[in-house]
Design a protein around this ligand. Structure first.
Ligand code: MIC
Ligand code: SF4
Length: 768
């Protein structure tokens, strides 16, 4: 589309792009301040500078607003569907610099090197597709082994005051460098890649005032574990969390990134810190002096106004106070990232709940916690342990976040510190964090037997790491994972207790010591970036018609203009209904580019509200028998029966994966009702043309029976802010109705009518 776009998809964000963004700050921020007649928070400044229409209505939590993000980043498990959708739009180039990162499909089994080779072999077809489709349309491609998307973005692309979207819920990691970085579904990315603005409801703002300074065993991770405890998994929904205060300035850029990363676990739209010296140091250390200088010159625009910092309660919708000096090490879990307690309290809780005391595996790394500082802190404990004759009492695994981190920590002898204790170094990839973990050859591991793992990751839903619901996963900081690995038990408090060495000596672990940035600079390692050719028109994108991993997409049919009627309910889920419950990852990641095949996992993790704790199955209304949810959906699809699904609170919590919306749509779901939705999932449903409704009276959830049929009244008059009337037909023919709300604006109603948001794009591309 525009020739300039290609030259900007290099291995880093070019300074010209950054200068362009900064050049409008004075005017845009000044006008916005004037319009609102008050001082501005940081998020407001960056959002104002990226408005598609500077005069747009921007009522927080109300107005839908169009933005122009500076970049798009996608990871391999979501990029496949995004690129498949982009391909159907009929364009020759991406409109905005876009990169694809291969990190999710590498399975951890033996060690980094061997696992990478296996992945290259097993996923060859998918990598070829992603590389060729990137080359054809002008996208940058990061090869498998180059690192986890968010770490690579932080090292190369993130810049203070920028705005990006990424097809992964932990995209907010870049908030550690002062960027508004938001996780979205693939269809949202396609909007931006095709030159359309990105639309979102103008977020609310939560301020987190950090005072004091971390010390001892407390780490940035404890800040977000604490915030998750306060706000819970849905407390951040629809809001940007802005951190400020003297405590914020005391944290490294990568520590800030950890906090922003895991803001995904409270449902926040994104999280952000203001520009400061720590960010400047990180930019310089990663070879971006020019960016640091440019940001320094506009630094007053890259933090909240002074009046906001002085009187935060007047400017944020909610303010949370955390004194870092008082913050003690935390550990959260199992099964939900907001179940927090101090590390010292875990043993007693485990005893009272009957959780095993032994730890079956300890895992350090992931996009959340694999910075140089994280690794040096954990390695300092490992080094002391080796010197004092302590051994790890469980399996210990390390995933470096990027090739740059791996090469640097190898050069600096830090990997050796872990290896001296028998640790396995895994590939620079997501690995066990996303269920890419084969434990079958692990000595002593019995699948299905309750066991405890501790990780420095961010998510801990059941089955997430090893596909086993019997694994209880706890998340904490890397240094605490290291300490617990040495104890081999959860009832160990490194602050107050000692460990016993081989010779029977009592050893108290030293306070972890971190080094913010490598004193000798980063070692880039092996470069994993492939730039697109200047002209991609002759590149052939290969998708074999017989592939079981990739399948070209067919447009979904438009709405027929009629009210829904007689819809059977495939699933009514009780309790958590996260994207991991709707479209499980792990073994299913391999079908992320094949809509039909991945639909074989639909709702497999859902707990049926009708069958007392039964997971993954329900009643097939065509036969009356019990059947797995994916097969019920398939049977209805084949019989041409449209259907509905029902969720509880915060449906679709977790991932950005749009498969959780595309699969039901593909199988004929036309309406999804829930008590509430997570932001990205609700958007994904809307984008794919599913009517996403919330119960006006949450009690109606309980009134819908398994054999009831659902329908609508007056759908032809669907309008913004107008509730929809849902009909419930009982098996005896009795009908009752209830009101359900939707959040669609006129454009989004257009998506529903056209069959999907993509159908609308296609129409307008054709008209160009
Ligand atoms: C995750 O952490 O759950 C993932 C895997 O990174 C997802 C994306 C995906 O499902 O592919 C996310 O968080 O968005
Ligand atoms: Fe990968 Fe885990 Fe980070 Fe998701 S949270 S991007 S799976 S490392």
């Amino acid at each position: 589309m525009n020739a300039a776009s290609k030259t900007t998809v290099g291995p880093e964000t070019p300074i010209e792009l950054i200068d362009r963004v900064y050049s409008t700050l004075d005017e845009r921020v000044g006008n916005f301040r004037q319009r609102l007649g008050r001082s501005l928070t940081l998020a407001e400044k960056i959002l104002a500078n990226h408005l598609d229409d500077p005069a747009a209505e921007t009522e927080r939590g109300v107005s839908y607003v169009d933005f122009r993000p500076d970049r798009v980043a996608m990871q391999d498990a979501t990029a496949q569907m995004a690129w498949l959708q982009f391909q159907t739009a009929g364009l020759t180039d991406v409109a905005v610099p876009t990169t694809t990162h291969c990190d999710h499909l590498i399975q951890a089994r033996v060690d980094g090197k061997k696992d990478l080779l296996t992945a290259l072999n097993n996923n060859n077809e998918v990598y070829d597709f992603l590389e060729s489709v990137s080359a054809k349309y002008g996208g940058g491609f990061w090869k498998p082994g180059s690192g986890i998307i968010h770490q690579v973005v932080l090292e190369n692309y993130a810049f203070p005051g920028g705005m990006m979207i990424g097809t992964d819920s932990h995209t907010p990691n870049a908030g550690g460098l002062g960027m508004i970085a938001i996780g979205v579904g693939g269809a949202d990315a396609v909007d931006v890649m095709t030159g359309f603005p990105w639309n979102v409801r103008f977020p609310k703002l939560i301020g987190v005032h950090l005072t004091g300074e971390l010390s001892g065993w407390s780490a940035p991770k404890d800040v977000i574990l604490k915030v998750a405890e306060i706000l819970t998994v849905k407390g951040g929904t629809g809001a940007i969390v802005e951190y400020f205060g003297s405590g914020a300035n005391s944290l490294s850029a990568t520590g800030k990134a950890t906090i922003c990363n895991m803001g995904a676990e409270i449902g926040a739209t994104t999280s952000i810190f203001g520009y400061d010296d720590a960010m400047a140091r990180y930019l310089k250390s990663t070879g971006r002096e020019a960016t640091a200088d440019a940001a320094g010159a506009v630094a007053h625009h890259l933090r909240a106004d002074d009046e906001v910092l002085a009187n935060p309660a007047d400017y944020y919708d909610q303010v949370i106070e955390i004194d870092l000096s008082q913050l003690r090490p935390h550990i959260n879990g199992p099964h939900t990232p907001d179940l927090a307690r101090e590390v010292s309290a875990l043993g007693a809780e485990a005893a009272s709940k009957g959780w095993p005391m032994e730890i079956s595996a300890a895992l350090i790394g992931s996009c959340t916690n694999s910075s140089y500082e994280d690794i040096t802190r954990a390695a300092s404990i490992a080094r002391q342990a080796a010197a004092e004759g302590l051994k790890v009492k469980t399996k210990l695994m390390i995933t470096p976040g990027s090739e740059q981190v791996r090469a640097t920590i190898e050069r600096d002898g830090l990997l050796a510190d872990f290896e001296a204790l028998g640790a396995t170094v895994l590939a620079n990839a997501c690995g066990p964090c996303i269920g890419q973990w084969d434990r079958s050859e692990e000595p002593g591991h019995v699948p299905g037997r309750t066991n405890v793992i501790v990780t420095s990751y961010n998510r801990n839903f059941p089955k997430r790491n090893d596909g086993d619901a019997a694994t209880l996963a706890f998340v904490t900081s890397p240094e605490t994972v290291m300490a617990l690995a040495l104890a081999g038990r959860v009832d160990f408090d490194p602050i107050s207790e000692t460990l016993t060495s081989d010779e029977g000596r009592d050893v108290r672990l030293n306070v972890p010591e971190g080094i913010e940035l490598p004193p000798q600079g980063f070692d880039e390692g092996e470069s994993g970036f492939i730039a697109p050719p200047a002209d991609g028109s002759t590149v052939e994108v290969k998708v074999s018609p017989t592939s079981d991993r990739l399948q070209l997409l067919e447009p979904f049919p438009p709405w027929d203009g009629q009210d829904f009627d007689g819809l059977p309910i495939v699933v009514k889920a009780e309790g958590k209904f996260t994207t991991d419950h709707i479209s499980m990852a792990g073994p299913w990641l391999k079908y992320r580019g094949h809509l039909e095949n991945i639909s074989g996992n639909l709702y497999l993790g859902a707990v049926s509200a009708y069958h007392d704790g039964i997971v993954g199955e329900g009643k097939n209304q065509l036969t009356g028998g019990m059947l797995g949810f994916p097969d019920i959906a398939k049977a209805y699809h084949e019989a041409d029966v449209a259907w509905a699904a029902i969720g509880d609170e915060n449906m679709g919590e977790g991932s950005s994966r749009e498969h959780a919306a595309m699969e039901p749509r593909f199988r004929g779901c036309v309406m999804t009702l829930a008590r509430s939705f997570a932001r990205i999932h609700e958007t994904n449903l809307k984008k794919q043309g599913i009517l996403a409704l919330t119960f006006a009276d949450p009690a109606d959830y309980a009134r819908i029976g398994e054999d009831d049929r659902l329908g609508t009244r007056g759908l032809a008059d669907l309008a913004p802010n107008e509730p929809v009337t849902v009909t419930v037909t009982k098996p005896d023919g009795d009908v009752w109705t209830f009101a359900a709300n939707h959040t669609m604006n006129d454009d989004q109603i257009g998506w529903f009518k056209a069959g999907s948001a993509l159908a609308v794009i296609r129409r307008s591309v054709n008209a160009r």
